[in-house]
Design a protein around this ligand. Structure first.
Ligand code: SF4
Length: 474
């Protein structure tokens, strides 16, 4: 995927971004859904069936026409993004992600913030990056996970069924991505703010099933989803090191033992289970979730309804509190439980051979990812998928099982030294390549491919680029 010309991907991204805008507009004004979901429209597969009773806390939900845009976004687009990351690799997703596209618009429009740098009497203007040793640089994974937590809470409370709320959430996310693109260099939005980035890290692991392998490509000038110009020349400004867009596996091994990375990996399992389980805890049955009724209920009117309904009894804790409580509790429990499992596994390994912390992390991370993939697709997309013929459902189930098994098998046997044995020679080739970004920055400005990205020429900046692009470290 990384070898598909950037010019073509540029138009693909435009197409997807425009589709996204159309979807957002439909959340505010949508005469078509009303027709397609009308119970009298016997030819529509989306029509509601007033004779069906879907129970919510012991009462039948009123069957009224609803917005298809909401259903499509949550039950098709979001699951598709996870599937693409896991199966086709994060690099495929990051080259088509509409949010990444919007965050890059300020660069294309030359609206990025610069600071003045004077070096040996020469004045130049440098793009501003988030420093690795800043608070955000050190804690961005916690921040991103926190935003993800807020997003899921908002989903369960309002956004799952209210088209206007979903539209406003998407617009504010797009504007945030653009603002970060104005304030900071490179893909700072993706690296430091995007709430979906931790999920990508979980489902990518060291490498996607069919993703490209940066360390095996000594000749190709740009790797994976690395920032590049339309002429396929690197436009990297070193906004992150190690960068998942340049080499996902390098980033994986380097970050594996960071406490924040561990929190994301283990906390994600908890929040994932809690998210889907909450539909049952709230409604008192699974039909509420699998029928998709949650995408058409009166979410705002239910904010102060009892948040749990168990064994035929409602528990008088408002939904407004029950949702964050459930998500938070499961996140913390999963984190501590899996940390203990990891410790116990390391102790077990040590009885048989000298085992490193990295080895136990990697094994438990891998099992967690495979479980998360299977668990996610046991629920995600089902409200739409379950309306299709059974051979399609069975086919999809088989793909999910096979993809998870192959990914798990390949990843469990993977080690950092296997990666380095191939990566080191390739890195030496890249360093000697006159096309490498650090080498190019040493060239006179008129030789640089995109002056909007290459205003930074201070030794500090060149050093940072070299660190970003020439790892791995041992
Ligand atoms: S480090 Fe370079 S390639 Fe990676 S996101 Fe930042 S600018 Fe893009």
């Amino acid at each position: 995927m990384n070898q598909v010309p950037e010019r073509l991907m540029h138009w693909v991204r435009w197409g997807l971004a425009i589709s996204w805008i159309v979807l957002i507009v439909s959340l505010f004004y949508d005469p078509i859904s009303l027709i397609l979901t009308d119970s009298d429209n016997l030819t529509s597969p989306f029509r509601i069936h007033p004779e069906t009773c879907i129970l919510l806390q012991g009462e039948c939900l009123p069957q009224t026409p609803y917005s298809l845009g909401v259903r499509i976004f949550w039950s098709a687009i979001v699951p598709a993004a996870i599937f693409i990351v896991f199966v086709f690799g994060h690099d495929t997703w990051r080259r088509i992600c509409p949010l990444s596209f919007f965050s890059q618009l300020p660069r294309a429009l030359k609206l990025q913030r610069h600071r003045k740098v004077v070096y040996e009497g020469i004045v130049s203007y440098e793009l501003i990056s988030i420093a690795e040793d800043s608070w955000l640089g050190k804690n961005h994974l916690y921040v991103q996970f926190g935003l993800f937590f807020l997003g899921l809470t908002a989903r369960l409370l309002v956004v799952n069924s209210n088209p206007v709320a979903l539209g406003m959430m998407l617009i504010s996310t797009i504007l945030s991505a653009m603002l970060v693109g104005i304030l900071y260099a490179g893909k700072s939005w993706c690296q430091y703010f995007c709430p979906f980035a931790p999920v990508q890290a979980v489902f990518t692991g060291p490498r996607g099933l069919l993703g490209s392998h940066a360390h095996q490509q000594p000749q190709f000038p740009v790797s994976q989803s690395m920032c590049r110009t339309n002429d396929n020349i690197s436009a990297c400004v070193g906004c992150k090191s190690a960068c998942i867009d340049i080499d996902a596996e390098q980033a994986y091994w380097e970050n594996l033992e960071q406490p924040a990375r561990r929190f994301v990996q283990y906390g994600y399992v908890g929040i994932l289970i809690a998210f889907f389980l909450y539909f049952y805890l709230f409604a008192g049955n699974w039909n509420y979730y699998f029928s998709g009724a949650w995408s058409r209920d009166d979410a705002i009117g239910m904010l102060f309804k009892p948040g749990f309904y168990l064994l035929g009894q409602s528990i008088p804790l408002p939904k407004l509190i029950a949702v964050p409580l459930t998500l938070g509790l499961f996140t913390v429990l999963a984190y501590f439980a899996l940390s203990r499992v990891e410790k116990a596994y390391r102790a077990y390994l040590r009885q048989h051979k000298p085992a490193s912390r990295q080895e136990s992390h990697h094994t438990i991370f891998t099992l967690v990812t495979v479980f998360s993939f299977w668990f996610f697709f046991s629920f995600a997309g089902r409200p739409i998928l379950n309306t299709m013929p059974s051979f399609i459902v069975l086919g999809f189930n088989s793909i999910v099982m096979i993809a998870g098994s192959i990914w798990g098998y390949r990843t469990l046997g993977r080690t950092q030294s296997q990666y380095q044995n191939i990566a080191e020679p390739a890195r030496e080739n890249r360093e000697s390549d006159s096309n490498s970004p650090a080498q190019r920055l040493r060239q006179p400005a008129h030789h640089q491919p995109d002056s909007s990205d290459s205003t930074a020429t201070s030794p500090d900046h060149i050093a940072k680029l070299e660190v970003t692009q020439t790892r791995p470290k041992s």
